[in-house]
Structure formats: structure tokens, C-alpha cells
Design a protein around this ligand. Sequence first.
Ligand code: NAP
Length: 525
Amino acid sequence: MFNGAILIGASERTGGAPFYAIDPSSGAKGEVAFSNASIADVADATALADAAFESFSTLTPDARATFLESVADQIVAIGDLLITTAMSESGLPRGRLEGERGRTVGQLRLFASYVRQGDWLDATIDKALPDRTPLPRSDLRRVNQALGPVAVFGASNFPLAFSVAGGDTASAFAAGCPVVVKGHPAHPGTGELVARAIIAAVAACGLPEGVFSYLPGTTNDLGGALVADPQIKAVGFTGSRGGGIALMQIAAKREEPIPVYSEMSSINPVVLLPGALAARAEALGTAFVGSMSLFAGQFCTNPGMVIALDSPDLDTFVASAAKALSANAAQVMLTPGIHAAYEKGVEALASADGVTTVARGTEADGANRGQSAFFATASDQFRANPALAHEVFGASSILVKCATIEDVIATIADLEGQLTATLQMEASDADNAAKLLPTLSRKVGRVLANGWPTGVEVTHAMVHGGPFPSTSDGRSTSVGTLAMMRFLRPVCYQDLPDALLPPALQAANPWGLTRRNEGKLELAA
Ligand code: NAP
């Protein structure tokens, strides 16, 4: 169960002005009074995390993997209460949340198997060359090492997979970093249930209690204090551009600045190339509406922009999308605040110069329902008004009509950094696609052909990141095993006695790792 507590390692506290969960489908207030963690709670949690760092970060890969698996098991053991609580706090349906729970535990287990392999340590050995002339060379050995305690800010739109035990927490644990989570106030019961599951896993694995703490709260001051705390060495965040940038600024002003990995805003352009439109304009219209309105469009990878050459085939696409959208029921959005922001964003697009409303979904018939919206404009209008390229979080998208492929390229070149870009193409579009790809790949972290960007697989090759402002650091991803590299740094040991080296670098290779010796990979036996 959950009782509204602040969880500092193994101990519980209450305090601060109470806050309550809101069921967005009705606007009803929940019964449990949740605590607001204080600045003193932040200091206590981060001190415990710092105390846990040395032993947690030096666990064998197998021991850390076992912990990740235990977190997954404990989340599953919560049972249906996790699903019903998340449903009442997010307005998301059961099937979606059951799928998200599967993704959350699958992600933890994927990290466990990757941690066991050990190649993320990137153990690299350049042995001493005592006879080298004119000077001998030292023995140099490099390995990746955990950064230190990590602060995690969960997202409202994935109360499980991007929240308390989501990708940021899983990847920080995988790297060997203790985690302090600032709980998202939109799903406090869900957050506390998962936090308690992690704490149970810490105890079951005999780890120091500071490996994990959970700070619920509703104030920017709480999150700001966590980022400013000197024991915190990196931050993972998913949410608004304003929030992400505020945390980056706090981190940059610290006496010791630290990296903030913020995943913020993206409109994920979809380019409809002429061959694809000629072959399947109608089907593309229906599929596009399915993607942009999925779960009220509350995805960071939502296709918020479509670009195409003006043509009769494009008219067929528009007619098909308009038909599908007009039948699209208004859906409950995550929070009253997100719903209000959506309405404001849609209103701004509807009233912008040169923008026409292609279609709206059915009108809302209850609290916090988002009525989907599809707009159209010409590329010159779009390029002249940067506000048209701002993310409207929800089921809203804008079609940008271009005259030439060069116009398409120039429109994309003007965009800010994005998480994804999609090409809808046939074989006959290959030349145009080849012209577009250099510009597209400079703008995004993932390029798709003939899919829709809203599906993000959790795998080794996935990149869920992109140039600013889609993320704060386009060299990273917040989904997939590569995400753990955000929380590691390389350390080189020069001429250290073998017994003092980390096991990954010792001569006997006690962890049986694949290592790089004089630049050549030596595969594990
Ligand atoms: P949010 O307002 O950015 O909040 C996310 C988390 O960050 C919350 O825990 C919030 O805590 C904290 N926070 C926000 N601003 C802060 C600041 N200045 N200082 C310290 N902490 C701060 O995101 P949201 O509530 O989930 O949704 C609001 C908007 O974010 C949406 O309308 C949408 O535009 C965007 N969004 C984007 C994505 C994405 O995937 N890119 C996902 C979800 C939402 P407190 O509120 O308690 O301070």
C-alpha cells in the first residue's frame, strides 16, 4: 500500500503541506494526504546516497544485475494495485498501463543482462613498453566508473516506464549510481508503490539503504534543491522545456557544475514523399491520425508536424486524415495543467496567421478531455513564424505544404533539434530521400522509414534523444542500454600494482570480460 510517506533509504517520514492525487477523468481529489519533502529531507537522502556509493558502484556485474532483476520482481509483486492506482492518477486505460508495466520490468531485465556482459565497462589495456625508445611507455588501463548519486525527475506521461523505476533510474542503477527520485506530483500513489518496491529490492539484496530514496513533492524549490545538492553528480529529467532548462541552469551555477540529461520537447516531423502519397495516401491519413491521437497524443514522439509537396495525392491524405480525426473521441489528459496547456497551444495554432483548421475530433464531454486537432499551413508561413513549430503536448499536428523538395529540405533545416523524423516512402522516392537524409540526420536522434514515431523499442540500438531542445545533450539517449553511458565516466590507471586495480583491469581478468588490448578486442572466453 501507500500512505503518503517520504522514503529516505529504509526510513519513512511525513511532513510539509499535504497534497492529494487528482483523478483527471473526473477531477476528483484522492483521500491519501501525500507529504511534501523538505530541503532537510533532500540533504538526508543525498548524504545516504553518497554513503552507499562506494559499495554499490563496485558490486560485481552479477550482483548489480541481480538487484535490477529484484526490482523488476518487486514491481510485478505489487500486483493489480499498481495498475488501478496508476489508472486513477493518470486517466490512462488498463491495457496501456499493463503494457507499460511490462516495458518497465522488461527494461530492468534488459539492463541486468547487459550489465552481466560487462562490455559497458569498456576495459581497455595498453601494457607498459619498458624497452620503447627514446622513452619507455607506462602501463595504462582504462575503465568506466559510475559518476555518483543521480537525481531523477519522473515524467507525467509514463507513470511507470519514465518515472520512479523508469529508464533513468534503471540506467543509473545499471551504471552503479545510487538514485534519489523527485516524485512527480501527478501520480504520487503510483510513485510511492514503485519506490517501496525498489526499497524492498535494496533490502532483499543486502545493499546499503542509501541506494534509493524517494522525495514526493509539489514545489519547484524541492527539485531545485535536489539538483543543487553537492552530493548529486548527474540528473535525469523528462518533462517540459521550461522545467528541463531551469534544472540545467541550476546545475550549471553550482560550485561543481554537473550534467543534466533533460528530455524536453519535440514535434517529430513526418515527411510524406510523393511516391508514398501516390501509392497509399488514404491509408497514410488513417494511420497518421492513429499515431497522433494515441493516448491523447501525450507522447514525446508524437508526430506534431507533417511535411509534403502540395498535390492531389496530398489532398487525398488530408481528406482521409480529416475523416478519421472527426470521428476521434476526446480523451482524458494526464492532468488539469497539461489539459489547459494543450487547449492554449491549440488555440494559438488555430488563430495564427496563414493557418487553417483541417479537422477537430469530437467535442469533449467530461473533465480534462483533449479534443484532437489537425492544422495546415504553407511552408513560407511556417518558416516565418517559429511559434508554429512549438510542441503542443497532446493530439495536435500541423501539415506544412511545400512546393519543391528543396523547400522541404529548407523547412527541416529551420527546425530545432528533434527526437525523431519519419520518411513515408516508396522505392520511387529513393532519390528524394537521399537528398533529405543529411539534413534530417543532423536534426534528430532517430530516422524512421514507413513507420510512426510513437513506438519506442527498448533495445541496445535505440536512440531516444536528439539535438537541443529535444534533449539537453544530443550525444545521449534516455531509452535503451546506451542510456547508462550518461552516468559513467572513464578513469585511467597508470602503473598501478595489479592488486590495486579494479577487477575489470586486473591481469587475471577475474570477471571474464571482453577487453581491448593494444586496441584489439579480446573476446571473453
Ligand atoms: P514538468 O512541469 O516539466 O514537471 C516534471 C517534473 O519536473 C515535476 O516533478 C516537476 O515538479 C519538476 N519541475 C518542473 N519545473 C521545475 C523547475 N523549474 N524547478 C524544479 N523542478 C521542476 O512536466 P509535466 O508536469 O509532466 O508536464 C507539463 C508539460 O511538460 C506538458 O504540458 C508538456 O508540454 C511537457 N511534457 C513533455 C514530455 C516529454 O516527453 N518531452 C513529457 C511530459 C510532459 P514540481 O511541479 O513539483 O516542481
